[in-house]
Ligand binder design. Structure first.
Ligand SMILES: C[S@@+](CC[C@H](N)C(=O)[O-])C[C@H]1O[C@@H](n2cnc3c(N)ncnc32)[C@H](O)[C@@H]1O
Ligand SMILES: [Zn+2]
Length: 203
């Protein structure tokens, strides 16, 4: 069930995974340095800053979305927002040492794959990439039935294909030597669901 709770539009079980990731990141890196593709109402963004305060862990985030989704007021004085299609915004990422990537922008197969390819190089070894809406098709509900206005070049619209993208990238099957699947939160309704990957090495 979607709560629109502590981290935006995700279920309680998904929020619990984010809590766990940030505890781990605090222990390993001492700070959360994240890139979030798809900010919308900044529920996830503000949730991460809030969680950082709760567990005593500094947070620095970069968010990518279109200008109308620039969080106002800014979640933090150091928060950075890049108002561009995610296919292009990666060129404007300045910092280094990011340890968390949240892929929750356009959920079409092309954007979800390119978001991983373009942003995962910014993540340090040992860091994490979390994809939202990785649900398995079940009971006749396919991911592909959900429309995605992916906003890249305007038209045509596409459909939800995050899971298909994860397979095409070889991430889901464990074919890659640079990233490995750590945990999946399944979902039975074609939407929601999460896959968490950890970076093992730079390519
Ligand atoms: C599911 S929402 C993000 C929700 C957010 N993580 C939360 O729960 O608070 C997806 C966002 O991705 C953005 N988006 C869609 N296509 C995009 C693109 N091509 N580049 C950047 N952002 C995009 C949309 O504008 C939308 O705000
Ligand atoms: Zn798209």
């Amino acid at each position: 069930m979607v709560t629109g709770g502590r981290y935006g539009f995700m279920r309680d079980v998904e929020e619990a995974l984010l809590d766990k990731i940030f505890d781990t990141i605090k222990g390993k890196f001492g700070e959360i340095r994240g890139i979030e593709v798809g900010v919308m109402g900044a529920g996830t963004t503000r949730g991460i800053y809030q969680r950082g305060k709760e567990i005593g862990c500094p947070v620095q985030l970069v968010g990518i979305d279109f200008e109308q989704y620039r969080p106002n007021p800014t979640p933090d004085p150091d928060y950075e927002f890049i108002a561009q299609d995610s296919m292009d915004a990666f060129r404007n990422i300045k910092g280094k040492g990011y340890n968390f990537l949240f892929v929750d922008g356009c959920h079409c197969v092309n954007h979800s794959m390119c978001d991983f390819l373009n942003y995962s190089p910014f993540i340090v070894v040992g860091g994490y990439a979390l994809f939202h809406d990785t649900a398995l098709p079940k009971d006749g509900v396919e991911q592909g039935q959900w429309p995605q206005n992916h906003s890249y070049a305007g038209t045509p619209d596409s459909v939800l294909g995050v899971r298909e993208g994860l397979k095409k990238l070889g991430l889901l099957q464990g074919y890659r030597s640079d990233w490995q699947l750590v945990e999946e939160i399944p979902s039975s309704d074609g939407l929601m669901g999460m896959c968490l990957f950890q970076k093992l090495k730079d390519l």
